[in-house]
Design a protein around this ligand. Structure first.
Ligand code: GDG
Length: 466
């Protein structure tokens, strides 16, 4: 594989002071979880936003440090951002403009000019770092919506550069995306890439339709957009996980033992699991309302079924996230207050990031996983659960990109509380042989389309003629 230069907002390794010493951890999030194993094989440089004293103290004057610390495989080059840049480029433009619009929550969007100006200047700093890295050769693989302008900025500096970008979240219909006042610059920025990848054909088609609406002179042939003297391939390549690692790690004796202990500590015969960043796209409240409906309609399930929800904190400085958290917690209190007994808790809510081992244990002990976002680019939790648990049942939202491939899940409409309650009942009643059949098919799909397949496919399409 060629030398690879990856650009992402989130760094794949975070250094933090623990007293006098420095600890290094892997942050929560789909993008990092997906690309780190690939980068460990490819070597090269990963350019990302670095923050905090420990990050600085571990990096050289250019912001570079070798990672993973215990077995260095590639260079992490950190870009230092000021608090204002973080507020405006990350919390502002990425999370309060692009994220809500692309997830059809336009009412949560804040179209502020200062967000846009800072987004542009931060994109320029990443483009400059990438141009410097390109002096050693390689291809530039840009991750996600934080850097839509980098392809064009980098192309202006290094005209022959090989540049591709993967858009990890949904791409909405043309009329929706077009409500962004700076849509034209964003689309132009993206179209300087040789290739843009999306998780699903629907997202790719929406992107093409948006470009055609904005630039009527653009030509489209066979998913290749010709615009402004350049050709950009648009591809739908669903991201996967490192299936083998999840399956192997989830069966380690320490995980099996820990899972047994955790299982015994929960006073319920059956467990339903949810694992999400605490985000308004993930459908967490609707899921609890469905569980409440299930407990209402199935009195015999009371004191027998518990719902464990991991809700790892994210974007806590944004009002919409705080408001959603308040609403969710209010409802958990209400539902638990309504059904709880001295020995049984209906919803066990964990509002912090759990460590990897604990997550694997929870995947193992969950009879059912509910992955029911109201909208999601892909959703890796659905894939991780089936990789670890070969006897569980997956309830999956039809609006998660994952549902395109994982057709053997129990697929639900997350807005339809009644039918989600019925899906819970169906999942918990599924016969052993049906469960095995369900898992076998889902596991095959996740294994056949794992993260290494995704990257091979991405590069195959990138390298094949435009
Ligand atoms: C974006 C798109 C797309 C979560 N809580 C904990 C924890 N996690 C890990 C999960 C999983 C990852 O975070 C979440 O992945 P998702 O796919 O659900 O979501 P996003 O972060 O929204 O990512 C998404 C993805 O990019 C990849 O393209 O699938 O649609 O929105 O790996 O396991 N991990 C640990 N503790 C937690 O508490 N250890």
């Amino acid at each position: 594989m060629d030398r690879l230069i990856v650009i992402s907002n989130r760094e794949p390794y975070v250094h933090e002071y623990n007293g006098e010493s420095i600890d290094c951890s892997v942050p929560t999030g789909g993008v990092v979880a997906a690309i780190d194993p690939v980068m460990q094989n490819a070597k090269g440089t990963w350019i990302a936003w670095g923050s905090g004293d420990a990050d600085k103290d571990c990096s050289d004057t250019k912001g570079c440090v070798k990672v993973p610390p215990e077995d260095p495989k590639y260079t992490l080059r950190r870009i230092w951002l000021t608090q204002k840049e973080v507020n405006d480029y990350y919390l502002g433009f990425s999370n309060r403009v692009i994220w809500p619009v692309c997830h059809l929550f336009q009412e949560n969007a804040q179209f502020r000019k200062n967000y846009w100006e800072t987004y542009k200047s931060v994109n320029m700093r990443f483009a400059e770092a990438a141009a410097e890295e390109l002096e050693k050769g390689g291809k530039v693989f840009i991750q996600d919506v934080h850097f839509s302008l980098v392809p064009d900025m980098l192309r202006n500096k290094v005209p022959e550069a090989a540049i591709a970008l993967f858009w990890h979240i949904p791409f909405p219909a043309a009329e929706t995306f077009s409500c962004i006042p700076w849509r034209s610059d964003i689309l132009k920025g993206l179209l300087s890439a040789d290739m843009i990848g999306f998780h699903t054909k629907a997202h790719a088609d929406n992107f093409i339709a948006t470009v055609c609406r904005e630039f009527p002179q653009a030509k489209v042939n066979n998913n290749i957009i010709s615009y402004n003297g350049r050709r950009t391939k648009i591809a739908a390549i669903p991201i996967g996980i490192d299936y083998t690692s999840y399956a192997k790690n989830g069966s380690m004796p320490s995980i099996i033992k820990g899972a047994e202990t955790t299982r015994k500590s929960i006073n319920a015969e059956r467990i339903i699991l949810g694992v999400d960043r605490l985000d308004y796209t993930k459908g967490i409240l609707n899921r609890f309302l469905a569980f409440e409906r299930y407990l209402e309609s199935s009195p015999r399930a009371r004191e027998k079924v518990s719902f464990i929800q991991i809700a790892s904190p994210t974007r806590v400085n944004i009002n919409e996230y705080r408001e959603m958290k308040r609403k969710i917690e209010e409802n958990i209190g209400r539902i638990n207050g309504r059904f709880q007994t001295p020995s049984w808790t209906p919803i066990i809510y964990i509002n912090r990031k759990v460590d990897e081992d604990k997550l694997l244990m929870l995947y193992r002990i969950a009879d059912v996983a509910m992955v029911t976002p109201v909208i999601d680019g892909m959703n890796l939790v659905a894939k991780e659960y089936v990789a670890v648990n070969d006897k569980g049942v997956l309830i999956l939202s039809e609006f998660a990109g994952a549902s395109e491939g994982m057709k053997d899940a129990i697929v639900v409409n997350p807005y339809d509380i009644e039918s989600m309650a019925k899906a819970i009942q169906k999942a918990l009643k599924m016969k052993q042989k049906d469960k095995i059949n369900h898992c076998t098919k889902l596991r095959k799909e996740v294994k056949d389309h794992d993260i290494f397949w995704w990257l091979d496919e991405f590069f195959r399409q990138w390298e094949s003629d435009c």
